[in-house]
Design a protein around this ligand. Sequence first.
Ligand code: PLP
Length: 459
Amino acid sequence: MTLDLNINDLTRVVAADREHVWHHLSQHKQYETIDPRVFVEGKGMKLWDATGREFLDAVSGGVWTVNVGYGRESIANAVRDQLIKLNYYAGAAGTVPGALFAQRLIEKMPGMSRVYYSNSGSEANEKVYKMVRQISARHYGGAKQKILYRDRDYHGTTLGTLATSGQGQRAAQYGPYPDGFVMVPHCLEYRAQWNVENYGERAADAIEEVILREGPDTVGAIVLEPVTAGGGVITPPEGYWQRVQEICRKYNILLHIDEVVCGLGRTGTWFGYQQYGIEPDFVTMAKGVASGYAAISCTVTTERVFDMFKDAPEDGMSYFRDISTFGGCTAGPVAALENMRIIEDENLLENCTRMGERVMANLNALMEKHSVIGDVRGKGLFCGAELVADRKTKEPMDEKKVQAVVADCLAQGVIIGATNRSMEGLNNTLTLSPALIATADDIDRITDAMDGALTRVFS
Ligand code: PLP
């Protein structure tokens, strides 16, 4: 007997969801009066829910994930064939898809050399934090163990990664956190903290100030998003990354780039850091790696870092004392291989760049028309429009109004996003991150929906 997921009685499914599922990021009080939305099917950029309604998905599965779009039979078939052949082996042995995907990935990442598999972005980042601490313990007498992170960046939900949350509201109720994580200022020029011409360099210099305050010998690494995602789609100002790289080299600080959102094409290059000429020591990735067809995340590093875990083989402690049980699933790397083939064969990086330019042009046109848009930012198909109550003072827009724009788009059948509820009043950026297959018509339909929504909500 095969499992029939297309069951007819979808009201029963919605009732089961309402009774038993605890949704991510949701206040469930609302479901006492309305039905939760349950999606049933997807194809390309489109989704259908249990009521039969069709939606155009401008957020790639809610959180920047389904880069190659829904309903990819070739990925499903590749995963199916592999699961029948060998579904899993973990620990101190490899699998065919694990080896082949690592090789393909490294081909796209000059300078990098080793891939460590796990299941989520949080986990991939935690692996780096542990590696940095182990390097400190074994090579710096435990001194170089601090990890810097940036205001408004986000790196995951575990206690370790929440200790590096630059978004206070995400971390507020879950402390106490482990020691050794230190925040540096964000680099968003629109909300400038320094009145200077070379803003990018100044924002990077602020990192150096923190390093000098903490003591360079105590700082092992810094974790940064190439383009900040949930913190408001923050593209780095000119000159920022070059200076950050110089500072890391000057103080022998490992540079960890969190590509959980940007990785696998979202910005129009394989990785966001490749837009800015960065040479990282660690790169982590998750969402787009297999476009949500299987759970997989990767912690990628250089041979230089890898070698630091071979220093004293006889003592039994020098290797990385870590495992991820489901890092041994073969579904992840086999889906990732096919995902990568699709991105290449369908020229999705080029499409992402072209369509990203169209999104930015459309958003800029909306900014001319709607004074509530204070700033428009983006790279590739990863864009945001920051809403303000007043363009001159830049007072952030009331969160309820931001949500009203999202709700209006939804009522028009277009799913857009907004950055998370925030104690700092940052929940004011509408976000667009459609699949890399988006067409010009899709983009225009999305921004037309925003135009209508902005007109209705603010008239
Ligand atoms: N890093 C960034 C930049 C993210 O945006 C996210 C999730 O949104 C994560 C890490 C955590 O990934 P996951 O939810 O897979 O643990």
